[in-house]
Design a protein. Structure first.
Length: 237
């Protein structure tokens, strides 16, 4: 690690999301970086994983922080914070989290789920979900160092876009199709990709190498790249 390395913190649904986002950052950034996953956190099993873990992390942060995330001492050692949610969360309900989810919505003013909008355009669901995520953090504001990463319909869609031929039928309207990622596990055995750390690690380089193609198929990949470039420029100039 060098003092010139970018220090990036990540709050995400899971490890496979970290792998995809790290591969995207390798394509976007032209300098070394250290990516640290804050959520899921093995030492905090009470927060859990998945979108419910992101929800709990956000609401705990809202209780701890006053004002802006940029001023939170535990985050002061990072140049950038990325908060990730898959856009398919827009179609979920807090009740999907069981009793903990029901308790959360009874004692807070968080925005309602589901917030899914007709697709295309995917941007309507993206915008609605971003407002839900920001409500989880409220009254804390995100400041100048926070990037919201919302792959549609999931980060696995970016992996599929990198690996599959553009003519592959599920990639037509990929950002509106929640089954694209699941389809990777249904491919012929020799090219099948299961949603686990080993398989995603084995194919992460394809995301970096084919990032231009991913951006062509997935508008949210381009949005993420533009946000990363903008935030990095702001914190390093």
């Amino acid at each position: 690690m060098s003092e010139n390395d970018l220090r990036i913190a990540l709050v995400a649904e899971g490890v496979t999301d970290l792998i995809v986002i790290e591969a995207a950052l390798n394509a976007i950034l032209d300098r070394p970086f250290i990516l640290t996953q804050l959520q899921p956190e093995p030492t905090r099993p009470d927060l859990g994983a998945g979108w419910g873990g992101v929800l709990k992390w956000s609401m705990e942060t809202a209780k701890r922080v006053s004002g802006c995330l940029d001023d939170d001492p535990p985050l002061s050692g990072f140049d950038v914070l990325i908060i990730h949610l898959d856009v398919d969360v827009a179609g979920f309900r807090y009740a999907n989290l069981g009793a903990p989810g029901a308790e959360l919505i009874q004692h807070s003013n968080i925005a309602e789920l589901p917030c899914k909008q007709p697709c295309p355009p995917v941007s309507d669901s993206v915008n609605a979900l971003q407002q839900v995520l920001l409500s989880w953090l409220s009254p804390v504001t995100t400041g100048n160092r926070t990037i919201v990463c919302l792959p549609a319909q999931s980060s696995g869609t970016w992996l599929a876009a990198a690996l599959l031929p553009e003519s592959h039928s599920p990639l037509a309207g990929a950002e509106c199709n929640p089954a694209v990622e699941d389809g990777l596990a249904l491919l012929p055995k020799k090219v099948r990709i299961k949603k686990n750390q080993r398989d995603y690690r084995a194919h992460a380089d394809a995301i970096t190498a084919q990032w231009g193609k991913v951006k062509t198929i997935c508008s949210q990949a381009l949005v993420f790249e533009e946000s990363v470039r903008s935030k990095i420029r702001d914190v390093t100039t």
